[in-house]
Design a protein around this ligand. Sequence first.
Ligand code: LHQ
Length: 265
Amino acid sequence: MSTSASPALYAAAQGVATITLNRPEKLNAFSAGMFEAIRNGLDAAEQDPDVRVVVFTGQGRAFSSGQDLTERLPMGDDGRINLGPPLERDYNPLALRLMGYPKITVAAINGPAVGAAANLVLACDLVVAARSSYFQQAFAKIALIPDAGGTWLLPRIVGSKLALALALTGDRIAAEDGQRMGLIYKVFDDASFATDIAAFVAPFAQGPAGAYRLIKQALAKSLDNDFGAQLQLEADLQNVAGKSDDFQEAIMAFATKRPPVFKGR
Ligand code: LHQ
């Protein structure tokens, strides 16, 4: 486990890795150090064969307030702030990595998810939220545009007109409204949030990790493929899934009327 001073804590137990954004005094605003700690956590989870699911959450009352607006931002030759480098160095690689991550990722939104945080969570596989939490595309409020993949992910998730409205207004979207829009899969009560998250992810920690990886690959490709290409991809990936130990185990378990015990391969 990382030290409590680390800007993102890492812990793994019973198949579940948890990365906790840990700058509560700034509502877990992203800093360069936090990105480094997140990368280290993702490396550790990827390399640990016992880990089948990675949960992101925030320490304290927020999930994250987005980029740390008090951190020194790079200056361009023209003497003006240059926002390109932090995006290219930290945000974009993280968004890309999450979209292609080989294990299940769950964003457990414990409180406000604002700015870039509201978009990075959309690159996770499953988004679940505490009832009191909210999402905010706060960018236009500070004269910026949605980043960290928001202009690509949002319209694909909620539709183009709603995405535009969220981006232009910067409205706070309460968790239950976010669920209706398709941004959030489940909303849990604040009082039982931690135990509800644990119960939600537990089946994935025992699940067929190889099949999960293939499911993610298939769904990711469908964004670019036409129907025929996607059917072919299904056939190819199903062929891989069908050769797995876990599928054999599932067939045996079905025949003998017992629950399957998956090894993740
Ligand atoms: C913060 C922050 C924060 C530092 C609260 N930074 N301290 C941009 C640039 C470059 C590259 C990549 O991408 C981006 C995209 C972005 O993400 S831009 C940033 C977008 N985020 C925002 O604009 C959110 C700014 N924060 C807020 O609007 C509010 O703090 C929210 C709505 C999140 C929460 O409001 P409250 O619940 O009223 O809390 P608060 O405002 O009192 O904040 C508590 C503390 O956290 C406070 O510090 P203090 O010392 O006064 O107690 C804030 O200054 C600090 N904090 N967000 N992003």
